[in-house]
Design a protein around this ligand. Structure first.
Ligand code: FMN
Ligand code: 173
Length: 352
């Protein structure tokens, strides 16, 4: 018998290694890759590395409480699951495994329109869901998706606005991976006997946001805003929240790092709507930095996929519990008793 001294994954990065060992290389590349030179993928993480925290001392507040409410949805911590497509590529059961882990952790899962299991079947897990939408030029079909999300109990609508076209993915080109294998499909796109192709359209505009606003009373968020003028327009169009995001570096390569854009967006919005951020969040300290620069919560994309690919529901659970433990520790060491207490002033010293 051999003695196994490996402790298993102890952080999110270890989960990426474990997932890489288990996944088909073309599928690993689909999840890991960004557009072109992947400069934005690297920049998202580098922006977190560059900023340093300046903790407060002797505040005696006791252990932090991580609970929060995001756009009216209660959550056990200010970390959401970002919408990511194609979970059955990572794990046979797909999205319901992810959703059960989110439910056990008490966090919000943003279910992707391009899921490989239908929104109804994901909702059947009992998870707290928001629904991510790529508005389709066929507005009747778009409306049918919104109605299905509402009927399934989704508590917010997240409209992805950074995708007037698909980013150029060169790892996909090399691997010849451009579509799901024939045994998988985008379950929400099924119509009778066939599956609709998703359209990422450069015609989508503020007029469509106006239409979506009048279509639903759900809280409406825009995902993929980096420019302060767009953030201001979003507020003017009645949007309830903004996710500062560059799609994990998968759309416009060389787009600015999400964290670097957060202060300017926060200034433009001036507290009128809550801000979320995604892109490069891998550590509890990353969450604290985003909160300090104006986010109410963050979302994680690839870390969830690494957990899912490694061990299904148990892997996602472990990734979420690692992030929770790290966040609790980081808040404690900063002298903060909760996510709401982390502001630029409190940690006046987050270094640029
Ligand atoms: C494999 C993969 C698939 C994704 N699919 C979608 C999607 O269908 N809709 C969407 O709005 N964003 C999608 N995203 C972007 C994520 O929602 C999120 O913005 C990004 O992953 C955050 O960066 P992170 O992976 O560094 O945490 C996807 C990201 C990845 C990695
Ligand atoms: O891979 C992605 O990031 C994504 O959002 C997407 C877009 C179109 C089809 C499949 C996935």
């Amino acid at each position: 018998m051999t003695l196994d001294l490996t402790p298993g994954p102890v952080n999110v990065r270890d989960f990426e290694t474990a997932a890489r060992d288990r996944l088909d290389p073309a599928h690993y590349d689909y999840f890991a890759s960004g557009a072109q030179d992947e400069l934005t993928v690297a920049a998202n993480e580098a922006a977190f590395r560059r900023r340093m925290l300046v903790p407060r001392v002797l505040r005696g507040g006791g252990p932090p409480r991580l609970e929060t409410t995001v756009l009216g949805t209660p959550a056990a911590m200010p970390v959401l699951l970002a919408p990511t497509a194609f979970h059955r590529l990572a794990w046979p059961e797909g999205e319901p495994a992810t959703a059960r882990a989110a439910a056990s952790a008490g966090v919000i899962m943003i279910a992707a329109m391009l899921s490989t299991v239908s929104i109804e079947d994901i909702a059947a897990t009992g998870a707290t869901l928001w629904f991510q939408l790529y508005p389709q030029p066929d507005m009747a079909f778009t409306e049918s998706l919104v109605r299905r999300a509402e009927a399934a109990g989704c508590r917010a609508l997240v409209v992805t606005v950074d995708s007037p076209a698909l980013g150029r993915n060169e790892r996909g080109d090399r691997n010849g991976f451009h579509d799901l294998p024939p045994d998988l499909h985008c379950a929400n796109m099924r119509e009778g006997g066939h599956v609709r192709q998703v359209v990422l359209s450069p015609h989508i505009s503020w007029a469509d946001i106006g239409r979506l606003r009048s279509m639903t009373t759900l809280p409406l968020l825009l995902k993929g805003v980096l420019h302060p003028l767009d953030a201001r327009l979003a507020v003017e169009h009645g949007v309830d929240g903004i996710i500062v995001s560059n799609h994990g570096g998968r759309q416009l390569d060389t787009a600015a790092a999400s964290l670097d854009r957060l202060p300017a967006v926060a200034e433009a919005v001036a507290g009128r709507v809550p801000l979320l951020l995604d892109g490069g969040v891998r550590r509890g300290t990353d969450v604290v930095k985003a909160l300090a620069l104006g986010a109410t919560a963050v979302a994680v994309g690839r870390p969830v996929l690494w957990g899912l690919a490694t061990a299904g529901e148990a892997g996602v659970s472990r990734v979420l519990s690692l992030l929770r433990t790290e966040l609790e520790n980081a808040l404690t060491l900063c002298g903060a008793t909760g996510p709401g207490e982390v502001t630029r002033d409190e940690l006046g010293g987050i270094l640029a």
